[in-house]
Design a protein around this ligand. Structure first.
Ligand SMILES: O=c1ccn([C@@H]2O[C@H](COP(=O)(O)OP(=O)(O)O[C@H]3O[C@@H](CO)[C@H](O)[C@H]3O)[C@@H](O)[C@H]2O)c(=O)[nH]1
Ligand SMILES: [Mn+2]
Length: 370
């Protein structure tokens, strides 16, 4: 009998020790109301929220009582960034990356407002934030695959044949969570399988091996902002752009290339959230249309991207990548030249708001297993 997860009912209160209470911000992009927070209250209330209100800034977004938050609408983004605001998408969930930029914390968790608390096969409510924090605070294994999954997890370990020289692992930069109920399918798949629901709960956390790209979904995602924040630019989408629903994919591909270069790890798997709302597949098809054939050229670009050894900080890696985007992808469509410019603007804006106190050199030491 396949293990099945489900959606939790609104819970009264679940005591949880708020790990990283003052070192983590929760970033929520929204065009809707934030009632979903009621269900997350036991897990999220101790944390500071950064709400990025998309769309019409004159609309008032009601935040449930008792949450500590800051809210930014488009007027705020324009006021804070001035002309550099052009790199932040409008009328697309990609706007969430503004929250990463204004945060002052070491960790970020971002979640969509149609994602709810899921239940594991035992019926226990899943504290997704707690699991992401565990993922981020334990090492990753990008340089040698452990067949018994996460070796740092209680009750597991490295298996026979795993080199001891590699068991220290790599620092974890990203924790990519998954979704029960509505899976993050692209529009063609959604159209072919409109009623497919994900009921499969896989009790595993895996490190994505070095040299392998992956499709990063922004719905249930956490990362170490000090390690990889400047790479988490959710590419130009939405209003005035020829493409949508590739913002998180773009960030994931850039981030993975940079993590591989800097010897950092990315994990995927637990925790699950319950994704409740399927966005309109026809609207999604229009947004994704160009991306579906462009990505056949983008993937080989990222697979063959090489960063020089002078790229010792995320910012330097990202600027180097933007140059390669301009040179190699600009010929696909003028959009990529615009995106390359936006990548540079993003880094400039990031450094304006986050002046490097000490050179944020990520030791680019030879990642073991190279
Ligand atoms: O114009 C918009 C539309 C939506 N939002 C907010 O963004 C998230 C996601 O919105 P929604 O749940 O409607 O869309 P999904 O298709 O399920 O989103 C997933 O697909 C990808 C889209 O790029 C992305 O990885 C996932 O987010 C909600 O919080 C909306 O309120 C917005 O800010 N602006
Ligand atoms: Mn959704």
């Amino acid at each position: 009998e396949r293990e099945r997860g489900g959606m939790a009912k609104e819970s009264s209160s679940v005591p949880c020790t708020p790990l990283l209470k003052d070192e983590l911000d929760i970033v929520i992009p929204t065009i809707r109301n934030l009632d979903f927070l009621e269900m997350w209250r036991p897990f999220f209330q101790p944390y500071h929220l950064i709400i990025v209100q998309d769309g019409d800034p004159s609309k008032t977004i009601k935040v449930p009582e008792g949450f500590d938050y800051e809210l930014y609408n488009r007027n705020d983004i324009n006021r804070i960034l001035g002309p550099k605001a052009a790199c932040i998408s409008f009328k697309d969930s990609a706007c969430r990356c503004f929250g990463y930029m204004v945060s002052k914390k070491k960790y970020i968790y971002t979640i969509d407002d149609d994602c709810f608390v899921a239940k594991d096969p035992t019926g226990k409510e899943i504290n997704a934030l707690e699991q992401h924090i565990k993922n981020l605070l334990s090492p990753a294994t990008p340089h040698f695959f452990n067949t018994l999954y996460d070796p740092y997890r209680e009750g597991a370990d490295f298996v026979r044949g795993y080199p001891f020289s590699l068991r220290e692992g790599a620092r974890t930069a990203v924790s990519h969570g998954l979704w029960l109920n509505i899976p993050d399918y692209d529009a063609p798949t959604q159209l072919v399988k409109p009623r497919e629901r994900n009921t499969r709960y896989v009790d595993a956390v895996l490190t994505i091996p070095k040299g392998t790209l992956f499709p990063m979904c922004g719905m249930n995602l956490a990362f170490d902002r000090e390690l990889i924040g400047p790479a988490m630019y959710f590419g130009l989408m939405g209003d005035g752009q020829p493409i949508g629903r590739y913002d998180d994919m773009w960030a994931g591909w850039c981030t993975k290339v940079i993590c591989d270069h800097l010897g950092l790890g990315i994990k995927t798997g637990l925790p699950y959230i319950w994704h409740s709302k399927a966005s309109n597949p026809f609207v999604n098809l229009k947004k994704e249309y160009k991306g579906i054939f462009w990505q056949e050229e983008l993937i080989p670009f990222f697979q063959s991207a090489v960063l020089s050894k002078e790229c010792t900080t995320v910012q330097k890696c990202y600027i180097e990548l933007s140059k390669q985007v301009r040179e190699k992808l600009g010929k696909i469509d003028p959009y990529f030249t615009k995106l390359a410019d936006a990548m540079v603007t993003w880094i400039e804006a990031w450094d304006d708001l986050n002046p490097p106190t000490v050179a944020a050199e990520v030791p680019n030491g030879p990642a073991k297993g190279k």
